[in-house]
Write a protein that binds this ligand. Structure first.
Ligand SMILES: O=C(O)C1=C[C@@H](OP(=O)(O)O)[C@@H](O)[C@H](O)C1
Ligand SMILES: C=C(OP(=O)(O)O)C(=O)O
Length: 427
């Protein structure tokens, strides 16, 4: 697809609903017997995978605009699916449902697309087995398809070896069935939406560095009407587009600013970017209005440590922002990027270098130097939605490029191009 965005970006908009929270709202609403309404849901391909799997388990889910109405008979009435459950391109669907399905009284099989088939699954299979789950994966329990047989799930005391909300949430979802307590120790915080949202649906738990879920929490889930905040990971593309395009000033309404997700705001401030976060309110999850303006003379920064999980999905677009700084920026402690939809260290570095930017890969991240000498105008999303969108934003600097497999953006942001148009960007 030929893409050639030209700025400035001006005006105000609402970004689509948060992907992580939409998955969780669909899961919790489907477990609870009765009607739950999810407003402002994200209906990208990933969340549709989660919705369609619960439909296959016997939950009625209607969609009207961005409102999702879930009428569930409750988890006890889930019916055995006759087909493989297709998780598409969604790691969140695959890993969270692997946890939930362990306690159901019938066999299920989870499988997704080629990218899901390359992503590591041992990280969920190992702790779930410790909980007595009867789960196995292809290739020595490391890959999909995952086959899950009925089992009596037990409690677990688990120290997280890697900062991953998907692993933590898989354990908590299996733990909802458990006969004993589930305790998770998390040294480096990962996104905490499972912990913030479970109480809204009736399950109280202890949170913080030690997370403690009481036995058989699943019995306590009740319907809840959840209003999904805007996705800061989608807002990130508009924020960076405005920062790098002369004359831009945008206001983004009702963006989720959960402190386990707001690393990009911190980075923009560290770089001297013109950003304000105002009118913060608490709607179960914190939301705020974000104003961003074009900023010349951005400063280089080093990102590392506990900050990385707070911006992990934003690294591709942050890397593009760093190309506009007046010195070399460094991203380290980010090995997790290698096991996303693509190896995002390699795809970010190779695709931006094709456009003439100066990046080099390191074992756990990348270095980003200023300057640019265009090599080609042909780049590739490699089927990774965040790479596709980052490359589209890059055209604000480079002019027209041809992005192969641009449709991958529908995984998380189907209205991406329209949203830019709404802010006055010409294609
Ligand atoms: O739990 C979630 O909703 C997510 C957790 C993160 O993955 P990891 O748990 O693998 O870090 C993130 O990259 C993904 O986009 C969504
Ligand atoms: C990594 C991502 O999602 P998932 O793990 O759910 O595929 C993402 O959205 O960037």
């Amino acid at each position: 697809m030929h893409i050639n965005l030209t700025g400035p970006l001006k005006g105000q908009t609402h970004v689509p609903g948060d992907k992580s929270m939409t998955h969780r709202a669909v899961i919790f609403s489907s477990i609870a017997a009765g009607r739950s309404i999810i407003e402002g849901a994200l209906l990208g391909e990933d969340c549709m995978s989660t919705i369609n799997i619960f439909r296959q388990l016997g939950v009625t889910i209607e969609i009207s605009g961005n409102t999702v109405t879930v009428d569930s008979p409750g988890f006890k009435q889930f019916t055995e699916p006759s087909q493989v459950l297709d998780t598409g391109n969604s790691g969140t669907t695959t890993r969270l449902l692997a946890g939930l399905l362990t306690g159901l009284p019938f066999r299920t099989v989870l499988s997704g697309d080629a990218s899901i088939g390359r992503r590591p699954m041992k990280r969920v299979i190992a702790p779930l087995k410790e909980m007595n789950a009867q789960i196995s994966g292809s290739y020595h329990d490391t890959r999909t398809p995952l086959i899950i047989e009925p089992a009596d799930i037990t409690g677990i005391h688990y120290a997280m070896p890697v900062a991953s909300a998907q692993v933590k949430s898989a354990i908590l979802l299996a733990g909802l069935h458990a006969a004993g307590d589930v305790t998770i120790i998390e040294k480096t915080a990962s996104r905490n939406h499972t912990e913030t949202m479970l109480p809204l649906y009736g399950v109280e738990l202890e949170t913080g560095e030690t997370i403690k879920l009481p036995a058989r929490g699943i019995e306590h889930l009740k319907p809840f009407d959840f209003k999904v905040p805007g996705d800061i990971s989608s807002a990130a593309f508009l924020m960076v587009a405005a920062l790098i395009t002369p004359g831009s000033a945008v206001t983004l309404h009702r963006v989720g600013v959960n402190p386990t997700r707001d690393g990009i705001i911190e980075v923009i401030k560290l770089m001297g970017g013109d950003i304000s976060v105002i009118d913060q309110t608490d709607e179960g999850e914190p939301v705020a209005m974000i104003e961003v303006r074009y900023t010349p003379d951005l400063k280089p920064v080093t990102l590392e440590g506990d900050l990385i999980p707070r911006l992990i999905d934003e690294v591709p677009i942050i890397a593009l922002l760093m190309t506009q700084a007046n010195g070399t920026s460094v991203i380290r402690d980010a090995e997790e990027l290698k096991v996303k939809e693509t190896n995002r260290i390699d795809t970010v570095v190779s695709e931006l270098n094709r456009l003439g930017f100066n990046l080099s890969a390191t074992p756990d991240g990348m270095e980003i130097a200023p300057g640019r000498e265009q090599v080609t105008t042909r780049v590739d999303s490699h089927g990774d939605h965040r790479i596709g969108m980052m490359l589209a934003v890059a055209t604000l600097i480079t002019g027209e490029v041809e992005i192969a497999d641009f449709d991958s953006i529908n995984v998380s942001f189907p209205g991406f191009m329209k949203q830019f148009e709404q802010l006055g960007v010409k294609e």
